[in-house]
Design a protein around this ligand. Structure first.
Ligand code: HEC
Length: 305
């Protein structure tokens, strides 16, 4: 019995050794043909880890700042909506008290500023009509092909869920602590870093025309989105009618924070509710656990064991 096991083990080891030797040979041949290409180490993307932002919605008691979400919506509307749709967001949700908290009248007026494609009518034709609060934000392009054609072949993704759809893994040991701090800001940190992270490519890195170098992009050194934000580009409605002392800076950094907060709200409009429900459930479980423990002590107190 012993010898049989010994032999199989030896055979397995031998075949492993042979296989790896063959692999090494293949690699050697490939490297030779490519003329020194194997000297450049594999780069892992993103080149830089996302920056950390202190979001108002972070942690177990975090919530959204309505004024910030209103500014974020303005940035989306005036800048990002030229290329990106947000198909899942209905105008009426912009009145949510846990969200941007626009007044019902403001939402109605806002929706009416958009033309919505509707139909078909009795003749089978599509037609345009002013929007209502029940409509969803209309897309900038009629279909994906049109948006690719306008963006050099790249598809600007729908932003409704993007804050939850993109993350960069944080690795050990961060992910252990993240369980306790309820860390869910990987998406927002990533998008913020992307929006504020454009720079000139370092020497030796070539970027194709129509691509823009950004070390925070998850799938390569450059992407097809030109830097969308610049200082002073959006004049915040909030800065118009209030005391100038309360003015919010009109900078790339502020625009990015505001629009990303808005995207996070859009991706999870019930986050505040979920967190407060979670807290209530934890308090309940602790009290209930204590009650069960003392009941058990009482029940077993007079029983010999
Ligand atoms: C001129 C058109 C244009 C504008 C304006 C624009 N984008 Fe983009 N965006 C793109 C394109 C094109 C892509 C796809 C890039 C690629 O995959 O190479 C993209 C990709 C993205 C991505 C996904 C990146 C990833 O990891 O895949 C995010 C997030 C994003 N844009 C956010 C925004 C935000 C927020 C704004 C407004 C501040 C904005 N974009 C404005 C064209 C635009």
């Amino acid at each position: 019995m012993k010898t049989i096991i010994g032999r199989t083990a030896a055979a397995a080891l031998l075949s492993l050794a042979l296989a790896s030797a063959a692999g090494a040979q293949e690699q050697g041949a490939g490297g030779g043909n490519a003329g020194g290409e194997h000297e450049t180490a594999t780069v892992h993307y993103p080149i830089e880890h996302p920056k950390h932002v202190d979001w108002t919605f972070a942690g177990p008691f975090g919530s959204f700042d309505p004024a910030q979400l209103q500014r974020g919506f303005q940035v989306y509307r005036e800048v990002c909506s030229a290329c990106h749709s947000m198909n899942m967001v209905a105008f009426r949700t912009l009145a949510s008290t846990a969200g941007p908290h626009f007044s019902a009248d403001a939402v109605k007026a806002l929706a009416a500023e958009y033309q919505i494609n509707d139909g078909p009518d009795a003749n089978g034709d599509m037609f345009q009509r002013p929007g209502t609060p029940a409509d969803h934000l209309p897309p900038p392009y009629p279909n994906e092909q049109a948006s690719r054609a306008a963006n050099g072949g790249a598809y600007p993704p729908d932003l409704s869920l993007i804050a939850k759809a993109r993350t960069v893994e944080r690795g050990f040991p961060a992910f252990v602590f993240d369980m306790f701090t309820l860390y869910q800001e990987a998406g927002p940190n990533y998008i913020y870093s992307l929006l504020t992270g454009y720079r000139d490519p370092p020497a030796g890195v070539e970027v194709r025309p129509g691509q823009y170098y950004n070390p925070y992009f998850v799938s390569g050194p450059a992407l097809a989105m030109p830097p969308p934000l610049s200082d002073g580009q959006v004049t915040f409605a909030q800065n118009q009618d209030e005391d100038p002392a309360n003015d919010v800076p009109e900078t790339v950094d502020q625009y990015a924070k505001d629009v990303v907060s808005f995207l996070m709200w859009a991706a999870e409009p019930h986050m505040v509710e979920r967190k407060s429900m979670g807290f209530a459930v934890m308090v309940f479980l602790i009290v209930f656990g204590a009650l069960v423990y003392y009941t058990k002590r009482k029940v077993w107190a007079t029983i010999e064991h």
